[in-house]
Design a binder for this molecule. Structure first.
Ligand SMILES: [Zn+2]
Ligand SMILES: [Zn+2]
Length: 345
């Protein structure tokens, strides 16, 4: 029996009668993490891993009907035993393990296999069937080490500060921004954040994640001299908007796994691209799938066809699941392009 099937509302567990990261309103939703394409409004009841509670309540409202479980703690529902296990993607992100009559399925949500110091590292979970994301499921995606990327970012910031130019680094507000803050060398200058980033920093700090001190951009006057040595973290949608007018001379950059695609439209309009992703790269996906020991793999979003074909060639029973999960950065980039085009008339 299949423990998870694709339905128009989302991924559904028939014996348990609940959905995992549904994209339409349903009665019972199990949520892997707080990114907008996985955690949506309007569910009757939410179940998530305990460390994601602060972000879910910040994003979906303080009165969210939310129940939480610690990582590894299990709950029985209609004969299905459910537990959450770290996915290493953002604070509180989890894989969902389901067991029913001896059959074990794991739904990954989004995941990253390299530990980053801002969330609990990914833990492989043995299962019969693994439901995997595939955002970067092409052999060209191989991430440089985090240490080398943070060295590049700090060098770029230091060089700009030396000539009195603000460094504006666009990054997704949940997860990516806190990871960058964690890796910045705060001795270089002040660290300024956009209003979309600051509430999430607060949640990370409350969870015990060390982040350097930050200034809120809204508290600084337009020509505040501190801006000339500062690095500014802002969501991509702020690029090309009137919000940018407060910075005089600046250099801008983008931190994303998509920055591996040099010279494409994704890169257009910023001075620098830093390859930093909160998703597994190609070797990371293959390693994670192998670690589960699963003979069946269902692929949900990203480069689905390529990964399915590769896994079938390796002798696994792999198929695609049709979902409406997107990519949080891609969605923000589209918003940015639309706002830029709007400004240009
Ligand atoms: Zn995500
Ligand atoms: Zn996703």
């Amino acid at each position: 029996m299949d423990l998870v099937i694709a339905r128009p509302e989302g991924l559904y567990c028939p014996p348990g009668d609940f959905y995992i990261d549904p994209w339409r309103p349903v009665e019972r939703a199990v949520i892997t993490h707080a990114h907008g394409d996985h955690a949506r409004w309007g569910m009757g009841h939410y179940l998530a891993a305990a460390p994601s509670e602060g972000i879910l309540r910040t994003r979906l409202g303080p009165d969210l009907p939310l129940q939480t479980l610690a990582y590894g703690e299990s709950l029985d529902h209609n004969g299905v035993t459910l537990s959450f296990h770290p996915a290493g993607h953002v604070l509180g992100s989890a894989q969902v393990r389901l067991e029913y009559r001896g059959e074990v399925w794991v739904a990954s949500g989004d995941y990253k296999v390299e530990p980053d110091g801002t969330c609990t590292p990914f833990e492989p979970v043995r299962c019969h069937c693994f439901i995997s994301e595939s955002t970067f499921g092409l052999p060209i995606y191989r991430w440089p080490t985090q240490a080398s990327v943070f060295r590049e970012i700090n060098d770029w910031w230091r060089a700009n500060a030396a000539v009195g130019r603000t460094s504006v680094l666009f990054c997704y507000a949940l997860g990516k921004a806190q990871r960058i803050l964690h890796g910045l060398d705060a001795d270089i200058g002040p660290i300024v954040v956009h209003g979309a980033v600051e509430p999430l920093n607060r949640v990370y700090r409350e969870a015990g994640v060390h982040l350097p001190d930050t200034l809120y951009a809204g508290d600084l006057a337009k020509n505040d001299p501190r801006l000339r040595q500062a690095i500014v973290l802002a969501p991509p949608s702020a690029g090309g908007s009137t919000w940018m007018r407060r910075f005089g001379d600046y250099s801008d950059a983008f931190a994303s796994g998509w920055m591996m695609l040099r010279g494409t439209r994704r890169r257009r309009g910023v001075d620098r691209g830093f390859v930093l992703s909160d998703h597994a790269d190609w070797p990371g996906l293959l390693w994670a799938i192998e670690q589960t020991g699963a003979e069946r793999v269902m692929v949900t979003h990203g480069s689905v066809a390529v990964l399915v074909r590769y896994l079938c060639e390796q002798g696994l029973d792999a198929q695609a699941f049709d979902t409406e999960y997107g990519d949080e950065e891609e969605a923000d980039l589209v918003a940015r392009q639309e706002s830029t085009e709007g400004d240009a008339g």
